[in-house]
Ligand binder design. Structure first.
Ligand code: HEC
Length: 121
């Protein structure tokens, strides 16, 4: 096998893409709280998430499944729709649905736990 040296012009497109992302403000997301540090409430919320939300939303990235991935949801200025990720707004989205997202029925306790968990993402 011949070894190939990488000539720098070949690396230029990759740099250009990286630079464009930088300009677009594509910063790495703040990290999620590790499961080992969850409070009991956050752990209960994670269980609610598994049964009610996980089939449509990844919790650990922002890639689309059926809906957008929810990593760092409450740490960013806005949700994909542009609305602020306040508990009030999230509660409304969850209980009443939004666009292609169906409403989810939850008890008050489940909702509180779920919101606590969403803040760990
Ligand atoms: C059947 C699939 C499905 C389920 C279950 C579901 N979602 Fe969604 N969700 C979606 C889709 C699709 C969208 C995008 C809606 C749109 O933009 O029209 C969305 C959007 C969202 C958004 C972004 C709202 C915004 O303003 O941008 C949040 C937050 C969200 N979902 C949270 C949740 C949570 C928390 C649960 C669990 C209680 C959940 N979803 C359950 C499909 C789902």
């Amino acid at each position: 096998m011949r070894s190939h040296t990488i000539h720098w012009p070949a690396a230029l497109p990759a740099c250009a893409v990286g630079f464009a992302l930088l300009l677009a403000g594509c910063k790495p997301l703040p990290p999620s709280k590790p499961a080992s540090e969850w409070t009991e409430q956050e752990a209960r919320g994670a269980a609610v998430y598994q049964t009610k939300c996980a089939r449509c939303h990844y919790p650990t990235n922002t890639h689309s499944l059926h809906g957008p991935g929810l990593q760092a949801l409450t740490k960013l200025k806005s949700m994909p729709s542009g609305a602020p990720p306040s508990d009030e707004r999230l509660t409304d989205r969850i209980l009443h649905g939004y666009g292609m997202m169906p409403p989810t029925s939850l008890s008050d306790d489940q909702l509180r736990d779920l919101l606590a968990y969403l803040h760990t993402l």
